[in-house]
Design a protein around this ligand. Sequence first.
Ligand SMILES: NC(=O)c1ccc[n+]([C@@H]2O[C@H](COP(=O)([O-])OP(=O)(O)OC[C@H]3O[C@@H](n4cnc5c(N)ncnc54)[C@H](O)[C@@H]3O)[C@@H](O)[C@H]2O)c1
Length: 211
Amino acid sequence: MYLRALTALAESGIRTCSSEDLAVAAGVNSAKLRKDLSYLGSYGTRGVGYDVDYLRYQIAREIGVTQDWPVVIVGIGNLGHALANYSGFRSRGFRVVALLDADPHVHDELVAGVAVRPFDDLEAIVAEHGVAIGVIATPAVAAQNVADRMVATGITSILNFAPAVLAVPDGVDVRKVDLSIELQILAYHEQRKAHDAGDPAAVPGVEEAAL
Ligand SMILES: NC(=O)c1ccc[n+]([C@@H]2O[C@H](COP(=O)([O-])OP(=O)(O)OC[C@H]3O[C@@H](n4cnc5c(N)ncnc54)[C@H](O)[C@@H]3O)[C@@H](O)[C@H]2O)c1
């Protein structure tokens, strides 16, 4: 979050910022910001604030994004296209080296200048580019098989968009992005807000439970 906020500040030409400015940009309070940044050592100057580029570099170095990370995306349907077209990966140090799909109808299609290739090319691509991070954007039924193949090739970090729980060996990190669950959480809070505002019809069952 801090890196993203600092990048936005740098892109708008801001060279130094106060901890208050950075806290607002990152959506936290300044006490939390000072505590978080203290783990990096002190990079601020009293009365001047933070040097945006320097702090940006320090945070990027700490979380490992000063280097270029080659990434493969598997499953080039609706979501795979959107991810492949997302310019934010490149600007944050992630280079999409291959787009893979099992469906021959999409092979050779160019998405953001990268050709879609057969899923069976995975091993060769991982070996050629030293890929450590794979993105799964296939239907849920295919996700475990794709994860197994990724792990067998040496991929050790997986970003999974499919609504499936993946089993992976120790040493492999999986991060899951589940947009439906995020929406369900918002729906739950909406329901609570409607209830708190005195609309019992908004929460069927809650009134009954109270009785
Ligand atoms: N579209 C969205 O907005 C969205 C949002 C959140 C999550 N998701 C999830 O992301 C996944 C993809 O969604 P979508 O809408 O892009 O689906 P899609 O059907 O448009 O695309 C899926 C792609 O995966 C490919 N595929 C299937 N099995 C494969 C395999 N074994 N190996 C390689 N490729 C394979 C298909 O050929 C297809 O091109 C789903 O699990 C979905 O639930 C989608």
